[in-house]
Write a protein that binds this ligand. Structure first.
Ligand code: HEC
Length: 104
């Protein structure tokens, strides 16, 4: 019984994750990225200075969790936190879809 519930909730979680990834629009992510993020993380996600990480070709789920972390305060950085503050979950999904598809 418990096992069935665990399996069912894993299946539901996976289905939601897949839906979010499908809804993500790389073109919308590119527009958002080029409006602000490009100043530090560079054109095509290759950063402009050694203190800024490259974000091109990073995994979709990792990008989502890091951007949410900066926004929600679970990952703390005084430069990145204000950048993530204005991002909705949909913005984050779009940006992650754009960046994860770029070449490293
Ligand atoms: C003023 C410079 C600056 C801008 C603009 C900026 N970032 Fe960042 N970003 C940083 C720095 C610095 C870090 C590294 C933070 C740390 O060391 O924890 C970072 C880290 C990240 C990471 C985590 C990378 C990793 O490998 O863990 C992501 C994802 C990210 N930024 C996305 C964005 C997005 C999306 C935007 C635009 C909404 C943006 N950044 C705008 C400076 C910036």
């Amino acid at each position: 019984m418990t096992k069935a519930i665990v399996i069912a909730s894993i299946t539901i979680t996976a289905a939601f994750a897949a839906t979010a990834a499908r809804a993500a629009d790389p073109a919308a992510g590119k527009a958002k990225y080029e409006a602000t993020c490009v100043a530090c993380h560079g054109a095509n996600g290759i950063s402009v200075a050694p203190i800024y990480p490259n974000v091109a070709g990073q995994k979709y789920e990792y990008l989502v969790s890091q951007m949410q972390g900066f926004r929600d305060g679970t990952r703390q950085n005084p430069i990145m936190a204000p950048m993530a503050q204005g991002l909705s979950d949909i913005d984050i999904a779009h940006i992650a879809a754009y960046l994860s598809a770029l070449k490293q």
